[in-house]
Design a protein around this ligand. Structure first.
Ligand code: PFF
Length: 511
């Protein structure tokens, strides 16, 4: 039997096992709501991954994911928003905006989200829903259907790797949020000055051992959830908690308005001065647009593979992108006035919010409570994103290596945890160990956000625009307006590949 045949047989075996599990689950959960992913029924329509077999599938509208399906359109929006809204919005967006000079960078970022991010989000969701498997197998199946090269599955492999690399540093910063919950709760923020916040942070990251502890704690809570596969509770929690995070950001914004530097903050964010813009800044804005929308590495493809057939891909993608951008802009508007009011440097880098937010809460009535709550919510936002970062690797191990979800989660967690040591050390012992001007963390961030995600996204655009037939993409997107579809197709087929290639080539100095 060929490898593909063997894999197919294994998958069918797993499907049979899953329907038994499903029956047991229903028995033991009688009367209680089921998992948010509704398992495919006992007569699965899911078809295999092989090229010949895939070609035999006449209508793919009934293909189902072996991992299940979202119970509703809202469940998908919440899960995708949970993935999109994270450290990228509240930690990374302000600091890279500060490093890249403000307004002009923000403008490029917004243009990238609107012009490239939304169409690419739609493309990635569409590919996922069409293939209904892990990104690697989805790309293999869809390439088979289009009679194209199997090399397209490289998109899935590269994305899976990018997820592991990003998670390795995401977990370290996620660990910082846990540490700061403790600092906030024991009253360390009260009356804090800018200098005080700088030294608090310096002491905090200065100890590699403590950092490993926080990193381990964050990775552990992520892997526990991934292993149990109980995203049900989590998605429900996200529905309530993301709005709460927004409320706390608005409280912070209210405080920022009282600092006397609010207008200075707004000017910094929204008045574009193109002299501040270098090729690398434009690439950073582009890379961040992909990072913040969780694009280009297959996470959204996996989430798309769970959505019901009749969900509008365009509507949901726009909703997710708008929510994500609004959160980032509110964070920026809250943070920069506090930066200026306290004489802190906008270009301080990854430490920026850990120096500004404590000062703000330190001067606010009820600051200990609000400060603690803020970092708890930031932790939850980071947590839901981290869970989604593991998804391509975990589903790949389950589908391709026939391991249990728990083992897949443990192996993914162990590898990323070990890799995270490089980031831990980048903020203390290795801070000045630089190659080509960047330390380990900075290289990891540049490689993933500025290279892997744009290249991944562009490859998906090329596939959706050139390899997949128009009939297929039109049917899958099922947009109300033909003009809307035509616009999407031009953006994906022509504009996105050209724009991203120009930005990439320019930034790496090739032209
Ligand atoms: N979008 C997340 C954030 O802004 O924090 C990070 C992220 C999650 C990137 C999942 C990529 C991904 F697949």
């Amino acid at each position: 039997m060929t490898a593909a045949g063997q894999r197919h047989k294994n998958l069918l075996k797993r499907l049979a096992m899953m329907s038994t599990l499903e029956r047991n689950h229903q028995k033991s959960h009688r009367g209680r709501p089921g998992p948010e992913l509704v398992r495919p029924g006992s007569s699965p329509h899911w078809k295999s991954t092989g090229k010949t077999e895939a070609r035999a599938v006449m209508s793919t509208g009934d293909r189902q994911s072996i991992h299940g399906q979202w119970s509703s359109r809202l469940a998908f929006i919440m899960a995708a928003t949970g993935s999109a809204v994270g450290l990228g919005n509240i930690w990374k967006f302000p600091y890279i905006t500060g490093e890249n000079g403000g307004g002009a960078f923000v403008l490029v970022y917004i243009l990238c989200v609107a012009g490239l991010g939304i169409p690419l989000l739609m493309a990635e969701v569409m590919l996922g829903r069409r293939g209904r498997q892990t990104p690697i197998n989805t790309m293999r199946t869809l390439a088979g259907e289009a009679n194209a090269s199997q090399g397209w599955q490289l998109i899935g492999w590269a994305g899976t790797l990018a997820g592991v690399l990003i998670l390795s540093y995401y977990s370290v910063i996620g660990g910082w949020t846990i540490g700061y919950i403790v600092h906030a709760a024991i009253g360390d923020f009260s009356g804090l000055t800018g200098d005080g916040a700088t030294s608090l942070f310096g002491d905090f990251v200065g100890s590699p051992l403590a950092q490993v502890g926080w990193h381990t704690a964050f990775m552990a809570i992520t892997i526990v959830i991934v292993a149990r596969g109980v995203r049900n509770g989590l998605e429900k929690a996200v529905t309530a908690l993301i709005p709460m995070l927004v409320v706390l950001l608005l409280i912070l914004l209210g405080y920022a308005m009282t600092t006397g530097h609010f207008m200075q903050g707004l000017t910094f964010l929204f008045s574009p001065d193109v002299t501040h813009l270098s090729g690398t800044s434009v690439l950073t804005a582009l890379g961040h647009a992909f990072f913040t929308l969780s694009l280009g590495m297959g996470t959204i493809m996996v989430y798309g593979s769970y959505i019901p057939k009749d969900t509008s891909i365009a509507g949901t993608s726009i909703a997710v992108a708008v929510a994500d951008t609004v959160v980032a802009l509110i964070a920026g508007m809250a943070i920069f006035p506090i930066v200026f009011a306290n004489g802190l440097a906008p270009g301080a880098g990854p430490r920026l919010i850990f120096e500004t937010i404590p000062v703000a809460f330190g001067h606010m009535a009820g600051g200990t409570l609000f400060g603690t709550l803020f970092f708890v919510l930031l932790l939850i936002a980071a947590w839901t994103s981290a869970i989604s970062l593991t998804e391509p690797a975990v589903t790949m191990l389950i589908e391709n290596f026939n391991v249990t979800r728990r083992a897949a989660a443990l192996w993914t967690g162990l590898a990323t945890w070990l890799l995270g040591f490089g980031t831990v050390l980048s903020f203390n012992v290795w801070a000045d160990v630089k190659v080509l001007g960047l330390n380990f963390f900075e290289h990891l961030d540049f490689l993933t956000s500025n290279l892997m995600l744009p290249i991944g996204a562009i490859s998906m655009a090329l596939f959706a625009g050139w390899v997949m037939s128009k009939t297929m993409s039109r049917e899958e997107l099922d947009m109300k307006s033909e003009a809307g579809y035509a616009l999407w197709h031009v953006l994906i087929r022509i504009v996105a590949p050209i724009a991203v290639s120009i930005i990439l080539l320019h930034a790496i100095g090739l032209y």
